[in-house]
Ligand binder design. Sequence first.
Ligand SMILES: [Zn+2]
Length: 216
Amino acid sequence: MQCIICGEESTELIHPKTNNLFHYCQNCDCYVKDESMFPSNETELDVYSKHQNSLGQKDYVDYLVDFIHKAILPYHRGYKLLEFGSGPTPVLSHILKHRYQFEVEKFDKHFEKDKQYLEHCYDVISCTEVLEHIANPMEIFKEWLTLLKENGIISIMTLFHPSSNQEFFDWWYIRDRTHVIFFSERTFEWIADKFGLEIEFTDHLRIIVFKKRKKD
Ligand SMILES: [Zn+2]
């Protein structure tokens, strides 16, 4: 199969316990589940609707505030922000709006379907725990690039995959039925090169911040 990130030929890997098929690309270091394991719309809705995250959960709010402090506040140049994949309870949007005065637009494939967000340009695009669910990430990046202002940032949270196949197969993150693609820092470096983005920050674990260069 051709890698859905870089287009190179990927290697087939069979999970030793579940026999599920994965594809690994050596060129950009991403793993993808075989299409036969991609969740249906109904499965996605079912799983996402059970995510019980809310403003009332202090741990969850602290987790998001930590993300905001690491991945948004040090780098943003303006306050127009798109939260891409806001989920059933848009907690991050609420915090950004009310605690940090961002002007927030939201989009979610299931819960915020209105595509009004396409009519604006943004200083920040945030995407937390969403990219691992997306089967066509390159199209999404392409769209983001058209919406992002010069010097704008894309702040992403998705857990980076471990560095060996053995660890990958034992990793809890692949057991979520709705997770389909798994990135590493090297995958994000490849994406940055492809789109002429700069990597502004990474915690080498789950956060990556891209910046759109100002045109010369
Ligand atoms: Zn690749």
